[in-house]
Every structure is written in C-alpha cells, then in structure tokens.
Design a protein. Sequence first.
Lengths: 184, 114
Amino acid sequence: MKLKTLLAFAFLLFGACSKDSSLPDGSEAVVSNSSSVSFEQLVLLLNVKTNDSAYLVVESLDSVNLYVNNAWWNKVSSLLVDTTRVDKISNGNRFLSNNKINYLVLAKQGIRVPALKTAGDFSTYLNSWYTIKPGDYACFIESFSVRFNDGSSKTYFPYKYIPFTIIPESASAFVGEIELQLQP
Amino acid sequence: MKFIHFFAMLILSLGFTACYKPGTIEVKNSISNAKIKQLKWGNVYLGTNLLPGQSTGEITIEKEDQNLPASNKIKFTMEANNRQVYLETEELFSLDQDELKTIVLTDSTVVVTP
C-alpha cells in the first residue's frame, strides 16, 4: 500500500512539471491607410526657352531638383528624347528649335538612405518618407542641368514654384507644362 | 532500509531531477516611433503590435517550444509611417531553464535584414 502511495506521489511530481503557457493575443491590428492609394509620383512637362525665343534641343534635362512645399522630393533626369528627328539648328554649342520641345519628368519620391545598422536607423528611415495627402501643394523647381553638344554642362536655377493639386486616391499628379528660361 | 523503500526513493529522486523547468522571456519595445510586429525569439512567437514602451509580458518557453538552454536572435517586423521592414538582431540572446530574461530593443540595438 505504501509503495502504491509513493508511486502515485512520484507520478504527480512528473505531472506537475508541465503547466499552461498563455501567449499574448497574436491578432493583427489594422494598419492605418494601408488600403488607401499612396501618392508616389509627380509628372512635369518642362521646356527650355532661350533668349532669342527658340527652344533648347537636348536629349534630356539632367538633375532636375524638385521640392514639394519645403520638403525635398527628388533629383531626377527627364526621359530621353530622340533629337535626331527634331527640326533644329545649330547655334554655338547647342541645338535650338522653333518648335516647342517638352521634356517629360517622372519624379517618384526620393529618400536619402542613411547607413542602416541599428533599429533606430531603420525607424528614422521608415519615418523619413514624406506622407503626402490630398490637397493643394507647390512644386518648387530648384535647379536643372543641361549637357551641351561640346560635352560641357551647366546648371541653371529657375527657382520656380508651380501650384498643383493632389486628388484623393491618386498615385500621381500632373504639375503642369512649365517653361524654363535659359539664362545666359 | 528495505529494497522497496529504496526503489521508491530512487523514483522520487529521478522525478525531481528530470523535471524540466521552463524559462521565461520578456521583450520590451523601446525603439522610437516604430511599432514591432510578429516578434519571435528564434522560432518562438512572443507577441505582436508592440507600440513604443510596450512589452510582451513574461512569456513562458516550454520544452516543446524550445529546448533550454538555447540562444536565438530576436526576429521582428518593424512598422512605421505605413511602411515595414523585417529585421533580426545581430546579437544572440540566451535563455536557460528557470531563467527570466528581459530584452529591451532600443534605437541602438544592432539589427540586420537577412
């Protein structure tokens, strides 16, 4: 009888080793704005006029530096234009045309990526994205560069503000057709 | 002492020594401006949706979850500003049986994207 009691006690000891573990609830919280369309891209048509009212003909406008309100947006080049088929005249180190040449600029938001080593670096990086909501904004063209026929290049600073509107649930906005002046 | 008594004492002793003692782990999110989701120690799920300042509470690591002692990385998805990234700590965090380990993830915690 004693033996049975002792054995039963031993089994109880073994059984007492396991206990319930209660994990916290694993349900996902709803992420705000995750289902809405996030704004991504500015669309601009740029043409460059010279002093003699002719239009500059180049393959592309380089390093177009853009801001939205006071926040840096991106520095991009326009899409390439096949200038071989453009009716143009040579004037010094550049080609000019009497016909307006528009350069298409598609500018997605650019992020200056820091060295990502720590959790804080990643948090800063994720939070550095400029969340842009529907409404009225000003696009600021700070500068652009032109490469001429002789291989030289020059940066111009038009400092031009162009108002534009972002409508709800849109991923891009057309800023407009903008004439830039090529200062001497 | 009779043999039967000796045998019973032996079983009792084995019972005590063979008893697996689970460890306990708690992770706190002290990363600025970021939520932590799908938090794991190795492959052991610890919790999700931890806002800055929140912790998982004490999570018991049973033998079937992870045989202790063991060392694992903390794995999690960081979410901020509607963007997220999967990260793992570079450091391994060890846990032994019957141990309570508190891990605080801070801005200076070194992480990698595998």
